[in-house]
Design a protein. Structure first.
Length: 109
């Protein structure tokens, strides 16, 4: 069971291990990396839609914000790729996984 949990954690877990509750208290930039169509179907109210294939173009703006970043998508796969890219670029980033899960936590803050 632990092996399966560790595998799933690596698949959709944060680029850096952290309690998202603590990160949400720091007023992070929340980036939804889904397509604009998916984003319009539902999203976190204060999130910004930057599709995963456009992150490179927006990297300067993201870095200039100086805020920690939480990336979300539908299932956690695209946000994992986005988190890895941003982490390699020197951004403090966390993979939030599915946007709906982060939206529920966001309501608490």
């Amino acid at each position: 069971m632990k092996i399966m949990f560790d595998f799933l954690k690596k698949l959709v877990g944060p680029a850096e291990e952290a309690d998202l509750s603590e990160v949400l208290k720091r007023d992070p930039m929340i980036i939804d990396v889904r397509s604009p169509f998916e984003y319009e179907q539902g999203h976190i109210q204060r999130s910004v839609n930057i599709p995963v294939n456009e992150l490179k173009k927006k990297l300067g703006d993201i870095k200039r914000s100086g805020s920690p970043v939480i990336v979300v998508c539908r299932s956690g796969a695209r946000s994992k790729m986005a988190a890895e890219f941003l982490q390699q670029a020197g951004v403090e980033v966390y993979n939030g996984g599915p946007w709906s899960a982060v939206a529920q936590r966001e309501l608490l803050y």
